[in-house]
Write a protein that binds this ligand. Structure first.
Ligand code: SF4
Length: 358
């Protein structure tokens, strides 16, 4: 049975959502010149670019063209760990840079903007989270990757949206009770599917929270043959209308592999770049964020992801600023639950392959 706990500070959220950064629009020639300069800098600094699917398309292209990667947070963590380069430049949000540093303490990890955070991370302060954990010592602490290094250090398991379900299912098999943080929607989705006794922290993603169920029903009626793809950070009434619920990678694969010609997509709009690249013949429609209850933040694009651009990427490569630094004691504790997840994920993938082969 799921029990929801609303920590005091989350009853009146104090998270400050910044305005969307406005970057100058580059001409074709300027874009080409900027990419050429950055590629040279990456080589001369022995650096590799690791970008998230929600970042600007120019950054995603540059990451791939320069031998880096564009991925979800699980794959970003894996990719960074097997690189020979001495510097990782993480285009994404701060917890992704921190995870890269935790897994690669010998490498320098830079980010275009250290203020690029996440409402889930901001909504789960380490001291209050530690207090919450102390009150429930009989629970296994499972935290989403979208948390600070300090919160990870207090956990037993770190999960991404791609591996949350198999890990909690595994814990359920061992009869464990779970304390989950910070995303309440992903937490209750996992709880519903596994039936595990879970205590849920009440954080949410400011982007996915804005998808509107009633408006989605209307759009589905206009496109009855469309498949609805939903990231599980979305509200339950939106998840309830999905044909596929999954991580960014799972949603991209769905567009590639499903026979539908039209898809309604409920996740950050940055993902459309990769979807269009891999399935150019499919029609992609943004799930609605406007309508009843919409706020001025309703645009399906993360303002913190938007803080990454070619301009500040070039600057950090030039001046070496914006390095992620983590207290070694915190790092030592945080690496254990992350590594536990990575080991679990590779065993899980191997088992799935073996099952398909037999
Ligand atoms: S899209 Fe949501 S979960 Fe992802 S970084 Fe932005 S605020 Fe965090």
């Amino acid at each position: 049975m799921s029990r929801s706990v609303i920590p005091e500070q989350l009853k009146s959220p104090k998270i400050q959502v910044p305005p969307h950064p406005q970057w100058p629009i580059l001409t074709g020639a300027e874009l080409h010149a900027a990419k050429t300069r950055i590629k040279k800098l990456l080589t001369s600094r022995d650096a590799v670019l690791v970008a998230h699917y929600y970042t600007d398309p120019d950054l995603q292209e540059l990451a791939e063209e320069s031998g880096g990667c564009v991925a979800d947070s699980l794959e970003m963590a894996r990719f960074g760990s097997v690189q020979k380069a001495k510097t990782l430049v993480v285009c994404g949000v701060r917890f992704m840079g921190e995870t890269a540093k935790i897994l690669n303490p010998e490498k320098r990890v830079l980010m275009p903007d250290l203020n690029a955070t996440c409402s889930l991370d901001e909504g789960c302060p380490a001291d209050e989270f530690a207090h919450f954990c102390d009150q429930h010592p009989d629970h296994t602490v499972v935290v989403y990757a979208n948390t600070s290094a300090e919160v990870k250090a207090r956990s037993d398991w770190v999960v991404t949206s791609g591996i949350a379900l198999p890990i909690v299912t595994y814990l359920a098999g061992k009869g464990e009770k779970v304390l989950w943080a910070p995303d309440k929607h992903l937490g209750s989705y996992v709880q519903k599917l596994t039936g595990v006794d879970m205590l849920l922290w009440q954080g949410s993603c400011v982007v996915h929270e804005e998808f509107k169920a009633v408006a989605l029903e209307r759009i589905r009626k206009l496109h009855p043959d469309a498949a609805v793809l939903v990231h599980p950070e979305s509200p339950e009434a939106v998840i309830g209308q999905a044909d596929v619920v999954g991580s960014t990678t799972a949603l991209i694969q769905a567009v590639q592999n499903m026979e539908n010609k039209t898809f309604i997509v409920a996740t950050d709009g940055g993902i459309f770049h990769k979807m269009k690249q891999l399935a150019p013949d499919k029609l992609l429609i943004e799930a609605p964020t406007a309508g009843e209850g919409a706020t001025c933040q309703s645009c399906a694009h993360c303002p913190w992801m938007g803080m990454n651009a070619l301009q500040n990427l070039e600057q950090v490569l030039l001046n070496g600023e914006n390095e992620i630094i983590i207290d070694p004691e915190i790092r030592e504790k945080a690496v254990l639950p992350i590594q536990r997840m990575l080991d679990f994920a590779s065993n899980h993938q191997r088992d799935k392959k073996n099952n398909r082969a037999t």
